[in-house]
Design a protein around this ligand. Structure first.
Ligand code: CP
Length: 309
């Protein structure tokens, strides 16, 4: 079996198309195991992993933890709310102290863009970025594309739309890089105030109008409005945002094509997506969550293979 070309997973930008395909093929195998009565394999029996979450998480934290347990790794969990970070300890000091306990891999969620890249340059352990501020969320993009791959034979003729708060979204940026590497066309839709200044450099199509955008799409990934990262007022009210960009059954009924709907979670029901749409047959939201465990098992397994003991 081939190896990944990278030693850490800090950004999708570092991955080649064949790295992504290797992760998908490995995840296919782990997904089969996850559907068997005995879901555990001994692959990471001698590996210790620290899950460092300096920011809130439900899906990513639990999905990594479960993936590590299914691979038989030893794990320790850290959250900043009850740690000595509160006493002024730096990220680097915190991580170096954890590594002194003989930890091999770090899964890091942090509010600062570039935090995992900074760590990968300063410590001797494998780093996986579990979301760094508004920068990237590589495993989310991998599980999103893996979920799309289950519904289409090829990315080449696919139009994938990302709707909403692009400027604050690490999911959007990682998805754009991942989907383009796989050959899909990517479009974005939302208020112009929620588009980054560097949008042109991303080589995506911009849609102001939700119906035109959905008519163009095979798949639409709906994002949450990230109020916790918004320091300014980007649109008049959530109600106005919903009326123009909320994905509802009424909007879907007005377009001719059947679009597959995704959401990375957490969902704000009734804001960016209505409950009936989120829970409909068109939605693959829970498939994304299921696939997250297999994708994270694949990433952990492939990076652990590169640890020199
Ligand atoms: N998709 C995602 O990152 O969700 P959490 O913030 O719950 O981990």
């Amino acid at each position: 079996m081939k190896d990944l070309s990278v030693d850490n997973l800090t950004t999708i930008k570092d991955l080649s198309k064949s790295d992504i395909e290797l992760i998908f093929n490995t995840a296919d195998n782990f997904k089969k195991i996850l559907n068997q009565p005995i879901k555990k394999v001994p692959s990471l029996r001698d590996i210790t992993i620290a899950n460092l979450f300096f920011e809130n998480s439900t899906r990513t934290k639990l999905s990594f933890e479960l993936a590590e347990k299914r691979l038989s790794a030893d794990i320790i969990n850290f959250s900043s709310s009850n740690s000595s970070v509160k006493k002024g300890e730096t990220l680097l000091d915190t991580v170096q102290n954890i590594l002194a306990m003989k930890v091999d891999m770090i899964v890091l969620r942090h509010s600062s863009p570039g935090a995992s890249i900074f760590l990968s340059r300063n410590i001797d352990a494998k780093i996986i970025n579990a979301g760094d501020g508004s920068h990237e969320h590589p495993t989310q993009a991998l599980l999103d594309s893996f979920s799309i791959r289950q519904n289409f034979s090829d990315f080449k003729s696919l139009n994938v739309l990302i709707i909403g708060d692009i400027i604050h979204s690490r999911v959007a940026l990682s998805n754009i890089f991942c989907l383009q590497k796989l050959g899909a066309k990517v479009g974005v839709c939302g208020p112009s105030t929620l588009m980054p200044k560097f949008l042109k450099s991303l080589n995506v199509e911009y849609f102001k109008d939700l119906r035109s955008a959905l008519s163009w799409s095979d798949v639409a990934n709906v994002l949450r409005i990230q109020l916790e990262r918004q320091k300014l007022k980007y649109f008049p009210s959530l109600r106005e945002y919903s009326s123009r960009f909320g994905v509802t059954k009424k909007v879907l009924d007005e377009i001719k094509n059947k679009v597959i709907l995704m959401h990375p979670g957490p969902i704000n029901r009734g804001v960016e997506i209505s409950s009936d749409v989120a829970d409909s047959k068109q939605s693959i939201i829970l498939d994304q969550v299921e696939n997250g465990v297999a994708i994270r098992m694949a990433v952990l397994y492939l990076l652990a293979k590169k640890i020199k003991k």
